[in-house]
Write a new protein. Structure first.
Length: 368
């Protein structure tokens, strides 16, 4: 479809261009030929009036001028007619015109001046029928030559247009098919850049996009696999304790309290995992929705330590708060900063051996 549209566009442009060129050349040829005829008439206008004026001066009448008119007609190869001052034709290369009134149909009119400058007659010069036929044949041959040349040029242009349309459409068709394969989940597909033009640049960009989408798909699968693994562990623990409670294997109060505490810990872990997924979704959507406000670093540290103390107590780990209370306020999102600090402390508690100690300090640097 794209190649057809491109080809039709090229054909339309070629047709209009060739037609305009043919019309322009035809008009220019006709005008040039007309100027050529006018130049010939100008030459005749210089010769005939002088000759006829001399004849009239020598004889005082137009009688006997017919042989001179015939000779002039043969000499210049045109029909010649002469009228007197009153407009009556007194001599002509066509005998049937003698005695008639002269008019513009006889050809180009050239006045014949007398000795004192008065007009003593008018001579008319017209191309013969044979010459007119030759003129028409010349213009017709020129027109046919232009049509033939236009057809040849059009055919060559159409052939080049087809090649150009195919060279432009084939890479786009290839990219369209590759896009369909990507839509079906085949992210390994690539297109071959051809040349150094814009289409080749588009092909390179397409390959980069396909590679990026493939990387994102791999990361998505890894994320799903990791999340599935992280979800499976706490859910398995919770299901085990629930089955123990339902079957009566956990009957005494102490065991039940331990089971509920363990399930509470696993549920808390699930909630953290859900929150982490929500944060990832927000950052992927480029909408983190940070709520910044001035926060005391000492208060943020104390609140986080209070949240992590139960877990530290179960591991027998001591927590020491060495955050100064006179630090400048921090312009941060307290909820997100608290989550980050909690995750750090949780990892520290989990990897600290029993009876160990975790010390929390804050290093403050002024930005330049």
């Amino acid at each position: 479809m794209m190649a057809r549209r491109l080809l039709l566009s090229y054909l339309a442009i070629i047709g209009v261009t060739v037609a305009l060129l043919a019309i322009t050349v035809q008009i220019a040829t006709s005008q040039t030929f007309s100027r050529y005829l006018s130049d010939q008439a100008g030459i005749h206008s210089e010769m005939l009036p002088v000759m006829l004026s001399g004849y009239y001066t020598a004889h005082g009448t137009w009688e006997g001028v017919q042989p001179d008119i015939d000779q002039a007609s043969i000499l210049i190869g045109a029909q010649v007619a002469l009228s007197d001052a009153q407009g009556s034709i007194v001599a002509a290369s066509r005998r049937d015109l003698i005695g008639q009134r002269a008019d513009g149909s006889l050809g180009v009119m050239i006045p014949v001046p007398g000795r004192d400058g008065e007009t003593i007659g008018k001579v008319y010069v017209a191309r013969s029928v044979a010459q007119q036929r030759a003129d028409a044949a010349f213009l017709s041959n020129v027109t046919r030559a232009l049509i033939g040349a236009g057809l040849v040029v059009s055919l060559l242009a159409v052939a080049l247009g087809i090649l150009l349309a195919r060279s432009m459409s084939l890479p786009l068709i290839e990219m369209s098919r590759a896009a369909d394969r990507i839509a079906e989940g085949d992210y390994a597909v690539r297109v071959s850049p051809r040349g150094q033009n814009e289409v080749a640049a588009l092909a390179l960009a397409f390959n980069q996009m396909a590679e990026g989408m493939g990387s994102i798909e791999r990361l998505r699968r890894e994320l799903v696999a990791n999340v599935s693994h992280d979800l499976r562990t706490p859910l398995t623990v919770i299901r085990g304790y629930l089955e123990g409670l339902r079957s009566g294997q956990i009957a005494d109060r102490r065991s039940a309290e331990m089971a509920f505490e363990a399930m509470h810990t696993e549920v808390t872990r699930l909630l953290r995992l859900v929150n982490d997924l929500r944060q990832v979704a927000e950052f992927d959507a480029a909408k983190p929705q940070l709520e910044r406000r001035p926060v005391s670093a000492a208060e943020l540290a104390a609140d986080t330590l209070d949240r992590i103390r139960p877990l530290a107590a179960t591991k027998g780990v001591s927590l020491l708060d060495q955050v100064p209370t006179d630090l400048p306020l921090l312009n941060v999102d307290p909820d997100r900063m608290g989550r980050a600090l909690f995750n750090l402390l949780e990892n520290a508690v989990r990897h600290t051996p029993g009876n160990g100690t975790i010390i929390l300090r804050v290093c403050f640097k002024t930005a330049l």
